[in-house]
Unconditional design. Structure first.
Length: 389
């Protein structure tokens, strides 16, 4: 059996449903990536602008000196319809609550962070290769942590095509999977690239996106994407985009949920059922220690939600509560506005109270206006008071 097939079989044994090989040649779509950066569609992700980051993305050979092959891997994660015992995890780890206030979390974020899961598996694949050839192999691997245009590499390795929503789509598995790459100074026969774009005239993802972040040129305006706003953005969420976030408190699955390749053709029926956190109002009571204990229950099992940090996560919770327009959230929001140490949380709690409205919310906002010292929060309070008169 050829070495290429052996390493792919090994990857599949370790849980990677997709495995393909490509060359480290310069990427074809780098000019489009440059235009994306120049248009500012990367939002506050300034690390993408550096000369080093741009050079490495343009030419994968600079990632690993002497690189001759790239092994591209994909591992499926349960889409919303296949949550299995996630409902039990919800009842146990996250609590059921009784307020009816719920928040949605992107499906990939349930379970242990893949940035922790993948590296030992990638290391095992490299060790397997070394055993097969009886020699040391220089390597470097990434799990979306490095300066790599990984979806183009995946398309070149035959794993699927890049859809209108910029997700990589496999015709039999859909798009609910995560990518990883291993750069090798070993010559492996590359696979043919995936030959066709199968989105056709379908625009369901474009039509369903609540913030309109999917652009006509098949790029994402990250500065408007719900996933960016709830994960990558560390400052205040733009006021005009807050209502469009709905009840998403970490990430977003909408453009994947409406995709026909996930709904009908990928063997994942009914994936419109979403994963929910229950009683999210109680989350606003979390201290920093409680946040870390909840989302890092063990050294080797951190949740991706840690990326948002407590302040970002509670910011998102406040926005979801405001969008609920449910007066049951007023008590928790008022406590956050009056007592949370983070201005970011207080400001979004004020906005949320303005969205809910009513005399009780107005009284809370008025009382806080008299004692709030942070200018940004004061502005949020005054705007919230004007919202509901």
């Amino acid at each position: 059996m050829h070495l290429e097939q052996l390493v792919k079989d090994k990857a599949r044994q370790l849980g990677f449903e997709l495995a393909g090989i490509t060359s480290p040649d310069p990427v074809e779509h780098y000019p489009a990536y440059q235009v994306w950066l120049q248009a500012g569609r990367h939002g506050d992700m300034r690390y993408l602008e550096t000369e080093r980051a741009r050079n490495l993305r343009r030419d994968p050979r600079q990632v690993l000196p002497g690189c001759r092959s790239i092994l591209v891997l994909g591992m499926c994660y349960p889409p919303p319809s296949s949550s299995g015992n996630l409902s039990q995890a919800l009842d146990g780890q996250y609590g059921t609550g009784s307020s009816g206030l719920t928040g949605k979390v992107a499906a990939y974020a349930w379970g242990t962070d893949y940035h922790v899961v993948f590296p030992p598996l990638l290391r095992e694949i490299v060790e397997f290769l070394q055993q097969q050839i009886g020699a040391k192999v220089a390597s470097r691997w990434y799990t979306d942590t490095g300066p790599v245009l990984e979806r183009e590499l995946a398309q070149r390795a035959g794993l699927g095509w890049i859809g209108r929503n910029t997700c990589l789509i496999h015709p039999l598995l859909g798009s609910f999977f995560l990518l990883a790459e291993i750069f090798l100074d070993l010559e492996l026969q590359p696979d043919p690239p995936f030959p066709h774009d199968r989105c056709g005239t379908c625009r369901r993802c474009v039509q369903a996106c609540p913030t309109g972040c999917i652009m006509p040129d098949r790029a994402i305006d990250a500065s408007r994407c719900v996933s960016y706003l709830t994960i990558e953005l560390k400052s205040a969420i733009p006021v005009e985009l807050r209502p469009a976030i709905g009840s998403w408190v970490f990430g977003c699955d909408i453009c994947q949920q409406v995709c026909p390749w996930n709904k009908r053709f990928a063997g994942k029926p009914g994936n419109q059922r979403e994963i929910l956190f229950s009683d999210i109002a109680s989350e606003l009571e979390m201290t920093a220690g409680e946040f870390n204990r909840k989302f890092r229950p063990g050294k080797n099992s951190p949740s991706p939600i840690l990326r948002a940090k407590r302040r970002g996560y509670l910011r998102n919770i406040a926005v979801a509560l405001g969008n609920s327009r449910n007066s049951a959230a007023i008590f928790a929001l008022s406590r956050a506005l009056e007592g949370d140490a983070e201005p970011l949380v207080r400001g979004h709690a004020a906005w949320a109270l303005g969205q809910i409205g009513g005399e009780t919310a107005r009284q809370v906002l008025s009382a806080s206006a008299d004692c709030e010292l942070d200018p940004s929060v004061s502005q949020e309070i005054q705007a919230a008071l004007r919202t509901r008169g």
